[in-house]
Design a protein around this ligand. Structure first.
Ligand SMILES: NC(=O)c1ccc[n+]([C@@H]2O[C@H](COP(=O)([O-])OP(=O)(O)OC[C@H]3O[C@@H](n4cnc5c(N)ncnc54)[C@H](O)[C@@H]3O)[C@@H](O)[C@H]2O)c1
Length: 341
């Protein structure tokens, strides 16, 4: 049975009984903010596969309407509009909320921290207020690992490491976690915050700055030369999008009030990532090297012991397999584009 079906046990206490009796599982109303985006749209697909009713709230600032599953209800709106958000929540009566809508460009956050705070902090507060208003049972938040911890010697980094966020984006994500704690204490909002590593997979925007996998894949499939900034020894924790979706589904039923890293626990060097993508795409050229960009983390990997123990979650996708899936996706997209011309 889909894990989401056992969510909100006080409302859906019949779950276990249903499972034992083999009857049809209960349908849960779920709101996914940012559900037209890269990660959110995969999460929407999974919720619908599991038989739930899904409402996507997205302003399409970076997301795409075509990413949204045909069976989801789509509401195009900005989460900064609190009154409209409350109206939508009252109409849809969600029992669970996955909050992924955010401005997620670190560079834009540095250039315009007020916009970042308005989208991520005020927008996040609005989603919390609307959730409390209709007595949502579970609120799952998309936070960040790398930008939250900053450069640290403790690799892989556990959740309780003092927050070293040095960008407005990291600060806005951490602030949202603090508000969630407040709302849990004062309003009884049950939440889980998931701090993702570097997520990659199909539908990631290759024009964004976070998606080195999407950028390299796009370039190498076109036979264009990718650029490695620095000597290629900087590391990240690359996690496949389906594993992130699994973590979100696990968080529906476990981990109340908890903060969890969602990564692989492994560091991958940028140059090694490049080699894996080169192999998968069949690119025959070589990468260009350029000076390291200021403000980039040197090393990042997330300790996922807590999520393994308390959420019962673990990543399942090897890097080479996830990259292969991503390359297949982009090849198919390119085929479709060519067919249209
Ligand atoms: N991709 C990663 O590696 C990564 C890592 C850590 C955390 N995250 C977090 O995961 C979440 C999803 O990221 P993603 O990679 O899918 O990015 P994305 O840009 O594809 O998705 C974000 C979605 O939110 C929507 N959105 C943005 N501002 C909005 C607003 N004010 N109102 C309504 N909708 C709005 C966008 O249109 C988009 O569809 C974000 O919160 C991001 O901060 C992502």
């Amino acid at each position: 049975m889909g894990q989401a079906a056992c969510l909100a046990y006080h409302r859906l206490a019949a779950c276990a009984t249903l499972e034992q009796s083999g009857e049809q599982e209960s349908i849960v109303n779920i709101v996914v903010t940012g559900g037209a985006g890269f990660i959110g749209s995969h999460l929407v697909d999974r919720c619908i596969e599991d038989g739930h009713h899904v409402v996507v709230i997205d302003d399409l600032s970076t997301g795409l309407r075509e990413n949204v599953h045909a069976d989801a209800t789509f509401v195009e709106m900005d989460i900064r509009n609190r009154d409209r958000l409350i109206e939508v929540f009252r109409r849809e009566q969600p029992q669970a909320v996955f909050h992924l809508a955010a401005q997620m460009s670190v560079r834009r956050a540095v250039a315009d921290p007020v916009f970042d705070a308005e989208s991520n902090v005020i927008g996040g507060l609005n989603v919390m207020l609307a959730s409390v208003d209709v007595d949502v049972d579970k609120f799952v938040f998309a936070a960040t690992g790398g930008a939250m911890y900053g450069d640290t010697e403790m690799i892989p980094t556990p959740e309780d490491r003092a927050v070293g966020a040095v960008t407005p984006y990291g600060v806005s994500k951490r602030t949202t976690e603090l508000y969630l704690h407040c709302f849990q204490v004062n309003e009884g909002l049950r939440y889980v915050s998931l701090r993702y590593g570097n997520v990659y997979g199909p539908r990631q925007n290759p024009h964004g700055e976070a998606g080195v996998v999407a950028i390299f894949t796009g370039l190498m499939l076109n036979g264009e030369q990718p650029t490695i900034y620095g000597d290629g020894s900087s590391t990240r924790d690359y996690i496949y999008v389906a594993d992130v979706v699994d973590a979100n589904m696990s968080a529906l039923n476990a981990g109340d009030g908890g903060i969890y890293n969602v990564g692989t626990g492994a560091e991958t060097r940028l140059h090694d990532l490049y080699l894996v993508i080169k192999e998968a795409t069949g690119y025959s050229g070589e990468a260009r090297f350029a000076p390291e960009r200021r403000g980039e983390l040197r090393r990042s990997a997330l300790d996922i012991t807590k999520a393994r123990r308390q959420l019962g979650w673990a990543p399942r996708t090897e890097l080479a397999d996830g990259i292969a899936e991503t390359v297949v996706y982009w090849r198919t997209q390119r085929g479709k584009e060519k067919g249209k011309r």
